[in-house]
Structure formats: C-alpha cells, structure tokens
Design a protein around this ligand. Structure first.
Ligand SMILES: N[C@@H](CCC(=O)N[C@@H](CSC=O)C(=O)NCC(=O)O)C(=O)O
Length: 280
C-alpha cells in the first residue's frame, strides 16, 4: 500500500513525519504521524501506538505529549493515528464531541451508517500496523500500545482483545468502563446498538476479568481531573484487576488535571515502561 508524505522534519536525530493513506477498513483517507528514532537507520526497532482521546486528531499528542526526546533515547518508533475517519458525510458525525468524527472509540461500529466508515479497531490493529511495517523500520513483534482518555480505553481494550499484537500497555486517565459512563454509553449505543453483550466486548473492566494481560498494566490518573468521578472512575478497573489477578500499577497524582500538561509530565515513565518490556 502506498502512503502520502505530508511532511517530514528532523527531530532529536530522528524524523517526525505526518502521513496519509487510503484505508480499506475506514473506506477513505486516514491520517497518522510517525516518529522514527535515530536507531531506525540501523534496523527495526520496537513500535508504540499512541491512541488519542475525544476531539483529537493525530496532531494533539504528536505536538503536546513530548514523546520524541525520550523515544530517540530509547529507540522507540511512535505511531499516532487520527481518532476517526474524516469528512464522512454521515449525518450527526460532526458537531458532537462524544460521537462521530474525533470520537471513533477504537472499535468497529456494527450499526449503519457508522459501520461503513467507523472501523477504528480494524484500522488500528491490522491495517495501520501492516502499513507501518511496510514503510518504516518497525518490528511488529515488539509492539506496545498506550493512550489517553478515550485513547486509554482504546489501549486497554485493544491490548486485552488482541494480546498477540501487543506486548505492553499503558494509559493516562483512561475511560475504563465505557458501558457505565457518559463517555461511552452514547457512543456504544450509537456504534454497537442496544445489545449490552456487544458493549462488554469493548469494556476494559469486563475484558480483564475474562482474560488478564500478560504483564503489568501502567495507568496514571490526575486527582484534579474534572472527569475523574463522573466518567473515568479508575476504582472500577482497580477492582476488576484485583478480581482477575491482573498486575496493575495505578498511580494517582495530586493536582494534575486531564490535559496534556498531565500527559507530558509522566510520558517518560510510560515510554520507559514499554521499552523495558519490548527490549526482551
Ligand atoms: N469537550 C469534551 C472534552 C474534550 C477533551 O478534553 N478532550 C481530551 C480528551 S478527553 C477524552 O477522551 C483531549 O485530549 N483534548 C485534546 C487536547 O489537546 O487537549 C467534553 O468536555 O466532554
């Protein structure tokens, strides 16, 4: 598959690039960024997929998370996909921050008309990694996934649903139980219909109880996050992990909110967590 280079810039001895591809999964163009560390010149390196939150494009984390310096040191290739297809023309797909464009929820919609374009799970788990392995010096056998908020939900659920694809997982302020909160309930109803059994397939609290992840899950949560008690509720995941015997490192941080100042404050720990697992 061909990709279009939108831009490439030298960054910490590597290359920060913006790209576009034609996605079969999402039936249209999809955008993503890739940071290639300097070590990529000498061979394939571990690859990390960063999944972003509601309202984000591929740009937010790329410019605000501050991943490049440490990725260059550790030799990690970082991929940041957009959070949904764009310009879909689907009624209701724009103008609502919880549904539609910018709110793909990292799953494949099964309800029309969303099911024709909103297939972010297949895009993120299968199609994009194929393109990354073809065009960049990434080792698909050493892949990890992390994300923020809706993207934290994506990181947890994709790792739990596809353990053969990801060897490490972490999240910032993830939506851990979308079936039970505003950030999830409406989206699941819209994309998956009313069958709550289908919702459970994309709910980290349900998934972890069925099949824990083989490795420690790292989660950071700010205690001044305005969404903490309403839509994030990390205690739900803490309890599910305890029941499942899942190793979890849940760190709570006094004074930090939900934004990228919080993410950028702890991103280094996440990259080191992934690099430690993926080195082996
Ligand atoms: N308008 C929304 C919240 C918008 C928001 O805070 N988006 C976050 C992710 S929230 C969960 O997925 C984000 O990453 N924004 C981009 C940025 O650059 O900060 C609401 O209040 O419901």
């Amino acid at each position: 598959m061909t990709i279009e280079i939108v831009s490439e810039s030298r960054c910490f001895g590597g290359v920060q690039g913006y790209y576009r591809m034609q996605s079969t999964a999402c039936a249209g163009p999809m955008r993503f960024t890739v940071y290639q560390p300097p070590q990529g010149k000498d061979g394939r390196v571990p690859v990390l997929y960063y999944l972003s939150g509601l309202t984000c494009t591929e740009d937010n984390a790329t410019i605000k998370a501050g991943m490049q310096r440490v990725a260059a040191e550790l030799g990690l290739l970082i991929v940041v996909p957009d959070t949904s297809p764009r310009d879909t023309g689907i009624p209701g797909a724009t103008g609502d921050s919880d549904i539609g464009e910018g709110a793909g929820f990292w799953l494949d919609a099964t309800v029309a008309p969303w099911s024709s374009r909103f297939r972010m799970e297949t895009f993120a788990v299968e199609e994009l990694p194929g393109v990354i392995a073809e065009h960049f010096p990434a080792d698909p056998a050493r892949a990890g996934v992390l994300g923020h908020s809706m993207g934290g939900h994506g990181a947890l659920t994709l790792a739990l649903r596809h353990p053969e694809r990801y060897r490490s997982v972490s999240a910032f302020a993830p939506i851990v139980s979308p079936s039970r909160v505003r950030w999830g309930d409406r989206a699941f109803r819209t994309y998956l219909g009313e069958d709550r059994a289908a919702w459970a397939e994309h709910d980290a609290c349900e998934l972890v109880k069925r099949r824990p992840f083989a490795g420690t899950i790292l989660i950071d949560q700010g205690l001044a996050d305005p969404f903490l008690g309403e839509t994030l509720i990390p205690e739900h995941f803490e309890q599910a992990c305890a029941e499942a015997g899942q190793a979890l490192q849940l760190r709570r941080h006094e004074g930090y909110d939900h934004g990228y100042w919080f993410v950028s404050s702890f991103i280094e720990d996440h990259l080191r967590h992934h690099a430690g697992v993926l080195a082996g």
